[in-house]
Every structure is written in structure tokens, then in C-alpha cells.
Ligand binder design. Sequence first.
Ligand SMILES: [Zn+2]
Length: 400
Amino acid sequence: MWRNLSLTMFLAAMLAAALPAPAAETRVRATAVRVGSYKNAARFVVELSSSVRFKVFTLADPYRVIIDLPRLDWRTRSGRPKRRSGLISAFRYGVFTKGSNRIVIDLRRPAAIVNAFVLPPRGRIRTYRLVVDLKPTKRAAFLKNARPRQKGRQRRETRRFPRKPRRKNALPVIVLDPGHGGIDPGTTGRRGTREKDAMLRFARALRRQLLATGRYRVVMTRNADVFVRLRRRIQIARRAGGDLFISLHADAIGLKGFRGASVYTLSERASDKEAAALARKENKADIIAGIDLGGESGEVRNILIDLARRETMNRSVRFARLLVVSMRRRVRMVGRSHRFAGFAVLKAPDIPSVLVELGYLSNRADESLLRSARHHAKVARAMRRAIDRFISRRARNSRS
Ligand SMILES: [Zn+2]
């Protein structure tokens, strides 16, 4: 993916000077981010301990500026530009691939990159400064300069990672998918708990329990704080020959009193407005990380009309029901605990897939539970029992 980016980048800026590249162990520190955002111009500045190589390009729908950098040591927090009407509406940064960081700048209007460079320390300013200057432009001009959409690419990727055929007597493969990661933190609780961290810890707890039975192989779509795009998560599951795919999330909403877990399966039509809104939110992960989504919808439609898909949907629903029954005994669930919506991550055509929202980080009690290792173990036990039932039933059916 990294290499693809470098081929298609719109503007490459390489820095400079006779400084040798820093060793891998001593990462360049980013000490501050400053944004000057006005109606007719914007300047985005990152203060750095050393010079870096970087790439800048733009993406459309929504309008974004992407800055790709080597892995930095961030000593600063993501912020929000103060001016409500300026070109830049928000920005975020984080790990994109293992060795790279990405900054995603959200734009209110189409903008052109006027300048992108690194300034060495000068006078009283001790830091290097990565500077990106923007000015407003028309949509047509923005689209002309934005990174080109790559239509057939996704299809090639899917072909490159076909589902591994099952070997006889091989252990069933359970794929655990901790939501978000890296540049995409997911939701954040009132005490600052980040969905991406809580879900990774929970996935590890569930993996421990599953492995302890000796009856499963467990594959994780990520086992570190890195960004993994939604489509890639499906590819990992298919390449591993997954028998079951469980995506793990925690929501946050405006209603502080609302709490409890819920289980979702894929459907063309959402079961209610809240489910549809949640799916929209979870599906945004790729946009948040600054990935071009050109050409996705066509393939999604193809998958939805696939007949194999229908059978998989039925099996997903069967597992979701087992999961709700098993979890309800131990864990607080929301009313109508099983719902349907168009989650992109559940679209593997041949692997039963569910998405579990383990609770609400916007609720104090739920947030405490989602931080607790004891609670993780309790929920993991309940989920393991449902997995046991689902897999043993399947084994019985395939024998008869
Ligand atoms: Zn999520």
C-alpha cells in the first residue's frame, strides 16, 4: 500500500539538507502542531526535532489533505482549529502502517496545496518545521489534482487473497477483529478510554480463552495499535480460512445514561435508524484514515446479491442469536440486542460475521467495565460458550 501511494502521490516533497536519516530506534519527535486556518488561506505546521521525508496529496469526497511521514514520536495532542469558518475543519494523526504515520486534514472546502516544505531551525526557533500552505480552489481544479481514483484495484486485491480451502481435521479458525487502530481511535470515553485500545485488550482476552480450549486457531486482524482498513480485515479473515469473524467495538453517544452491549449482523436494510447511523459511523474508518474510497460501492452491491452471501447471512444470524443468549446471562445488553445494518467489515461473502458493540464509552459504568480485565474475562467466557455452540453444531451438521 505504501508503494502504491508513492506512485500515485500528487505532490512529493523530499527534504533536504545534508542531514543523515535518523536511525530507526531514535524516532524524530513531533513536539507541536499549529494550525492557522482562515477563509482564504491556511497554514499547517508540525514542529519536529529533525528533518523528515514526507509526501502530501489530496483526496476528494470528503475533501482532505494527507501528509504521510515516517513513524514519529508524537509529543503533542490532536486538536481542533479554533476558527469555525476557516479552510481546515479538523485534523488527526497516528500510525498508518507499522513504519509510517499519517496526518489527515479535513477541509471545509476544496483547497490546493500551495507549498509544502521543511524549514530548518533558525534564530531563536530551535525546531524543524514541516509547513503545508493551502488556499481555496474550485471543485473541478481540486478533482484534477486529487489523487486519482483507482477503480479496479480492490477487485484485484480480493483475488489476491482468496479464501484458503479447509484442510480435513484442521482446527476451526476464529478471526477476531479489534475495531479501529492507529490513526483511527474510534470513540473516546469520558475518562479518555479509547475504543481502539479497549478493543485490542478485549480481543487478546478472548483469544486467550479460545486458545485455552485447544479447539480453535485464532487469527487477529490487528495485534498492535496500527490502522487496518476495513477491506483488508476481510482479506485477512479469508486468507486465514476463517470459519467465524467477530468484529469488536464500543460505541459512544450523546445520551450518558445509555448503556449495554449489542450484536449486529449485515443487512442491506438497517433494522432501525440507530443501527443505520452506527454503521455509517463505523464504516467511516477508512475515510478517517485518509483512504480513497473510489469504486467501493459497486463491489459491495455485487456481494449483496451473491447467493452464497445469503447463506452466510443466515449463518451469521444464527451465531448472533447464540451470542445474545449466552451474553445476556452475564452482561448487560441493550433492548433488542440483535440488530441489522450495512457494516462494511461484515461483507466477507463466505464467512459468518458479526459485529459486537461491547458497551458505551459515553456511559461511566460501561467505560469502567470496558477498562476492567475481570469484565473482559467474563464477557470473553460468555462469547466463548456461544462460539463453542456454533462450531459444534456446524460440525454435527456437516457429519450428517
Ligand atoms: Zn467502532
